[in-house]
Design a protein around this ligand. Structure first.
Ligand code: BG6
Ligand code: MG
Length: 223
């Protein structure tokens, strides 16, 4: 695979903040007496806060004024930030530090492209900012995945053509965004989530520079 740059999603790839997003939405859903569980949370991966709330409320969305929805989204974010504040470099996904360092040593430009408006706070807590050549978040790219905006901005900042970028994602919406950006994709997680990616792995620790350089297109490690 031609490897001009690697663009990592953040939540659910470099760290398990996807679990924090779930727990925070679950608290809010319970308060509102809206049914919500892990299965309902899966399709929310990669979607913006506002889009996630709209999906969570479903047909009940009409029962809330736009001011109420803003307030609910604010409360969810407070819940989320309480969890982020406790993060340390120990919360990096297994193998993430090694992979980022290996790619950095090989001179591969690295970016994080996240729909989250909290991405900088999470990256600071994880202590990986110095390894990254670009960080594009939900403030920079307001159109959240599956729109390709966040990945295209990352490629532009790195100065690498989209066709030479490889995206690492845990979300169906993220894989779709990578495709729409004209980028190759590596999916981390169940095939139900990331089966559309060009390569699929159970966990980030299975990825290496060698795999990213040498894997034939559309190889899959699992049946
Ligand atoms: C994405 C997460 O990275 O960021 C989504 O996968 C989340 O679950 C989205 O909704 C927006 O995050 P935030 O931190 O701006 O609410
Ligand atoms: Mg993600």
């Amino acid at each position: 695979m031609g490897l001009g740059a690697v663009i990592f999603d953040l939540d659910g790839v470099l760290t398990d903040t996807a679990e924090f997003h779930y727990q925070s939405w679950k608290t809010i859903a319970d308060e509102l007496r809206v049914p919500f569980d892990r299965a309902a949370n899966e399709p929310l991966r990669g979607l913006s806060r506002e889009e996630s709330l709209a999906r969570l409320l479903g047909p009940r969305a009409d029962q809330f004024s736009s001011e109420q929805r803003v307030e609910i989204a604010r409360r969810k974010n407070d819940e989320y930030l309480r969890r982020v504040e406790k993060m340390t470099p120990v919360d990096l996904a297994v193998g993430a530090a090694e992979l980022l360092s290996e790619l950095k040593r090989a001179g591969v430009p690295l970016a994080v492209a996240s729909s989250s408006r909290n991405a900088h706070a999470v990256i600071d807590r994880l202590g990986i900012a110095a390894l990254l050549d670009a960080i594009v978040d939900g403030n920079d790219a307001p159109r959240s995945k599956p729109d390709p905006q966040v990945f295209l901005q990352a490629a532009e900042r790195l100065g690498v053509p989209p066709g030479e970028c490889v995206v690492v994602e845990d979300a169906s919406s993220g894989v779709a965004a990578a495709k729409a950006a004209g980028m190759r994709s590596v999916g981390i997680g169940p095939r139900g989530q990331v089966g559309e990616a060009d390569h699929v792995f159970d966990a980030l620790q299975e990825l290496s520079l060698q795999m990213l350089l040498g894997a034939p297109a559309r190889s899959q490690t699992r049946v």
